[in-house]
Design a protein around this ligand. Structure first.
Ligand SMILES: [Zn+2]
Length: 373
């Protein structure tokens, strides 16, 4: 809707170039997208008028007096440029966020706005994050760092589920590591760190391990999104247990780490009934690895020797958080553009995606068994 009191501005993330006085090239800095438009002299003058201070009525007045341009023409060009996401209405008195919240998240809101129609929708996307609760099972190198990135993004409530203590060897893997935290519960020290980053978010701690009889249904039912990186007793077990409950209650989740080879993995976003679920992945691996016959490893303490590198963990962390934030803030229709798990190689920096399909006969997410709450 266009109204005469509205004040418009060219989006902060858009640069405009005029070529030969006939074409305007709009360059979108965040998406690297370019759009070019054939323009006349009046449109160039109109663009100069959209300075973020004048109302539409004032712009119409200037255009009529100085350049003899009809108000209807101005309205139509403004509408077209809003549609092309080049300009946005400045949001004056919104009730979506408080002024200090807008300031805190201003960079992020500007970033979000590039994918949405208006600055107001960017603010609404931020609000969605702030109204959300995320549980993170396993807060080691990947899970702990995901908590940090989500706290920075302003997720309203984060629940940390882990039973482990900080060890000295976490020094080169966990971003929240401090020497004074050694032997302390990961959940309580990470809670402290998160609240230092963002005092406005709530952090709840569940100092627990996951056993076959552990009931996770009640806690998962209460969240908007779940992340699993829990590798005890092993990732296949925790992922299957968590994914089954999430699918039952239609909650999107991310399996982000905890694999033996997780330093190379992007993990996977699971949107119930849309993307492949954990069981669909398991079926894929059962098929593709059917000729593999793993030999039992003779070294019993091998678990302690599995390598780690903070930069690689952060790669997996950031990849997962980009997907989680995109999905939760509603920036991209993920239902149409989700990614299957990828493998990133340290040696040649390649990123290769697996070829896994949703199994329509899957006992967990297959068509006929959709859970209705
Ligand atoms: Zn499935």
């Amino acid at each position: 809707m266009i109204n005469d009191n509205a004040v418009y501005k060219i989006k902060d993330s858009v640069d405009l170039f005029l070529s030969n006085e006939k074409y305007i090239l709009a360059y979108f800095m965040n998406t690297r997208q370019r759009k070019s438009f054939k323009v006349n002299e009046e449109t160039v003058h109109l663009l100069e008028c959209i300075d973020g201070t004048k109302s539409l009525a004032e712009i119409k007045e200037v255009m009529r007096k100085k350049y003899d341009v009809l108000p209807l023409y101005v309205t139509n060009i403004i509408k077209a440029m809003v549609k092309e996401r080049i300009i946005t209405e400045i949001n004056k008195n919104n009730n979506i966020l408080l002024e200090d919240e807008i300031q805190r998240y201003s960079r992020q809101i500007n970033y979000f706005a590039e994918f949405l129609d208006s600055e107001e929708k960017g603010i609404a996307a931020q609000r969605k994050l702030m109204d959300s609760t995320v549980i993170i099972f396993g807060i080691g190198a990947v899970g702990g760092d995901i908590a940090i990135e989500l706290a920075m993004a302003g997720i309203g409530k984060i629940i940390l589920y882990d039973f482990d203590q900080v060890e000295v060897s976490d020094a080169c893997r966990h971003m929240y590591f401090k020497e004074k935290y050694i032997n302390k519960n990961k959940t309580s020290v990470l809670k402290e760190e998160l609240q230092r980053i963002n005092k406005n978010i709530k952090v709840e701690v569940l100092q627990e391990s996951m056993k076959p009889d552990t009931n996770i249904e009640d806690i998962i039912k209460s969240v908007d999104f779940a992340v699993n990186t829990m590798d005890e007793p092993y990732i296949g077990y925790t992922a299957s247990k968590i994914s089954r409950v999430c699918i039952k209650y239609n909650i999107a989740h991310y399996i982000a780490g905890g694999f033996d080879a997780h330093l190379a993995s992007t993990g996977e976003l699971i949107i119930p009934y849309i993307t492949p679920c954990v069981e669909c992945y398991a079926k894929h691996f059962k098929k593709t690895l059917k000729d593999w016959n793993p030999k039992k490893h003779p070294v019993r303490t091998r678990y302690k020797e599995i390598g780690g590198l903070a930069s690689m963990s952060l790669f997996s962390t950031s990849y997962a958080c980009i997907e989680i934030i995109k999905y939760m803030a509603g920036l991209i229709p993920m239902e149409k553009s989700f990614k299957i798990r990828g493998e990133f190689l340290f040696t040649d920096m390649s990123l290769t995606y697996l070829d896994v399909e949703k199994n329509i006969d899957c006992p967990i997410c297959g068509g006929g068994l959709k859970y209705e709450s």
